[in-house]
Design a binder for this molecule. Structure first.
Ligand SMILES: Cc1cc2nc3c(=O)[nH]c(=O)nc-3n(C[C@H](O)[C@H](O)[C@H](O)COP(=O)(O)OP(=O)(O)OC[C@H]3O[C@@H](n4cnc5c(N)ncnc54)[C@H](O)[C@@H]3O)c2cc1C
Length: 375
C-alpha cells in the first residue's frame, strides 16, 4: 500500500471512500459537475460481489445519464419479468423501447472504472480508508484534505460509523450467487418462488446465466435451494458451473440520516433494498446524480429528501413481494390471480420500474386484494 498511497494528492474537492458501483457512480456524477475527485478502495479491480447483476429500465436510464458504455457482447438485454411458482407462471413486458440489462459485476466494474478515468477522477486501489475527520480522509500513512467526503463503502460502512450515522434495525436475509455456462433460455428476468426461498435467473451474456438465491435461512446454500425449485434445476441440468459461490446479506435497511456535516453516504452504505427488487445498483446511480447536484448547491439536506423519495418505491415493492415469502398458500393464490389477470402483474411491474404513478397503482392493489379475498 505504501507506494500507492504516496501518489495520493494532498487535497481534493470530493473524496469517495469505496470504488464499487455506488462510489464510481458518485465519482462520475461529481466529475460531470467538474469537482476534483479521488476514489480509494481497499480491493483491487475488477471487483466482484454477490449480485443478481440485472438493471431494470430505470437503472439502464441512469447508466446512460452517467455515460457508462456497456460493450454489447458482455451484456444481455431482457424485455420483462417472469414470476414462477410450481406450475404457475406470470409475465410482464417493459414498455418498448425500454429494456433491462444484465452484466457480470466484474464487467460492469471495468466499464465504470473506464468512464470515471475518462472523466478525470483519480482512482486508488488496494487503498483502504482508515479514518475521517472534518478536514479529510486518512489512507494508511497519508492524509488527503477534502471538502466533501462520500461514504460508498458498502453495507458494513465504516464511514457511516465514523460519522455517527449508524443507527438502524436491519431486516436481513441471506443470499448466494453463482454462474452457469448455458445459453439464456428466455428474454425475461425470472424469479422462481419456492416455499422458503426465491431464486433469480438472469442471462448475463450469450452463454452465461447468473443465479442468485435469497432466504431467511442462513444454512440454505444455493445447491439446496435449487433442489427445491425443480423447474429451474431442470434448466441448469448438465450446465458447467463457472464461478465460485459468493454470499452476501440482503434486506431493506434504512437510516434516519444519510449525511452529517461534510460527509454523505451513498449506495448500500446509505441503506439497502432487498435483492428481490433488482434495484440496488440502479438506486445507487440515481442517488449519485442527486448527490452531485446537492454538492454543487452545497445543500445536503436536499440530498437527504431526494434519497428518501428515491428509496420509497423499491422499499415498498420489496415489502409487497416479500409478503409472499414463507407463505406458500398466498404465493399460489397470487400467482393464480396474476395468470388469470395478467394486467394486474403488468401494472405492478410498471410501478416497480417507475412508469406507473402510485395513484394509478391503488386501483390494481384494490383489484388484487379483492381477488385474494374472493378466491
Ligand atoms: C444476492 C444479491 C442480489 C442482488 N441483485 C441485484 C440486482 O440484480 N440488481 C441490482 O441493481 N442490485 C442487486 N443487488 C444489490 C447490489 O449488489 C448492491 O446494492 C450494490 O452492490 C451496492 O453497491 P455499493 O457500491 O454501495 O457497495 P459494494 O458493492 O459493497 O461496494 C463497496 C466498496 O467499498 C469498498 N470498501 C469497503 N470498506 C472500505 C474502506 N474502508 N476503504 C476503501 N474502500 C472500502 C469495498 O472494497 C467495495 O469495493 C443484489 C444484492 C445481493 C446481495
Amino acid at each position: 500500500m505504501g507506494a500507492l498511497t504516496r501518489t495520493l494528492p494532498d487535497s481534493t474537492d470530493v473524496f469517495v471512500v469505496g470504488g464499487g458501483p455506488a462510489g464510481l457512480a458518485a465519482a462520475i456524477a461529481a466529475r460531470q459537475r467538474e469537482f476534483r475527485v479521488v476514489v480509494a478502495d481497499g480491493a483491487h479491480p475488477p471487483i466482484d460481489k454477490a449480485c443478481g447483476e440485472g438493471f431494470l429500465p430505470d437503472g439502464v436510464a441512469a447508466l446512460q445519464r452517467l455515460g457508462i458504455q456497456i460493450p454489447a457482447d458482455n451484456a444481455w438485454l431482457f424485455s420483462g419479468i417472469r414470476f414462477r411458482s410450481g406450475e404457475l407462471s406470470a409475465d410482464a413486458r417493459f414498455a418498448e423501447p425500454s429494456c433491462g440489462l444484465a452484466i457480470r459485476r466484474t464487467c460492469l466494474h471495468c466499464a465504470m472504472t473506464k468512464r470515471a478515468k475518462q472523466l478525470g477522477a483519480e482512482l486508488f486501489w488496494g487503498a483502504p480508508a482508515t479514518g475521517i475527520c472534518a478536514e479529510g480522509v486518512r489512507v494508511g500513512d497519508r492524509f488527503v484534505r477534502a471538502r466533501w467526503i462520500v461514504g460508498a463503502d458498502g453495507a458494513n460502512s465504516r464511514v457511516r460509523r465514523w460519522a455517527g450515522l449508524d443507527h438502524s434495525r436491519p431486516q436481513l436475509r441471506y443470499a448466494f450467487r453463482r454462474h452457469f455456462h448455458v445459453t439464456p433460455w428466455t428474454d425475461h428476468m425470472e424469479v422462481y418462488w419456492g416455499q422458503r426461498c426465491q431464486a433469480y435467473a438472469t442471462g448475463v451474456n450469450h452463454n452465461q446465466v447468473c443465479i442468485a438465491l435469497a432466504s431467511h435461512n442462513p444454512k440454505l446454500r444455493l445447491e439446496d435451494g435449487l433442489n427445491s425449485l425443480p423447474a429451474l434445476r431442470a434448466r441448469l441440468q448438465g450446465a458447467e458451473v463457472v464461478s465460485n459461490e459468493r454470499g452476501a446479506l440482503t434486506g431493506n435497511r434504512q437510516f434516519a440520516r444519510v449525511w452529517q456535516k461534510n460527509v454523505a453516504l451513498i449506495g448500500d452504505a446509505s441503506g439497502t433494498v432487498d435483492a428481490i427488487t433488482g434495484e440496488g445498483i440502479g438506486l445507487a446511480f440515481r442517488q449519485a446524480i442527486s448527490l452531485a447536484d446537492s454538492l454543487r448547491s452545497g445543500d445536503l439536506d436536499a440530498y437527504q429528501r431526494k434519497h428518501r423519495r428515491l428509496a420509497l418505491r423499491p422499499k415498498w415493492m420489496a415489502r409487497l413481494m416479500l409478503s409472499m415469502d414463507r407463505r406458500p398458500k398466498l404465493q399460489q393464490h397470487t400467482l393464480k390471480i396474476f395468470e388469470r389477470h395478467p394486467e394486474i402483474f403488468q401494472r405492478l411491474v410498471e410501478f416497480h420500474v417507475g412508469v406507473l404513478p402510485p395513484s394509478q397503482l391503488v386501483r390494481q392493489g384494490l383489484m388484487l386484494g379483492w381477488e385474494l379475498l374472493t378466491t
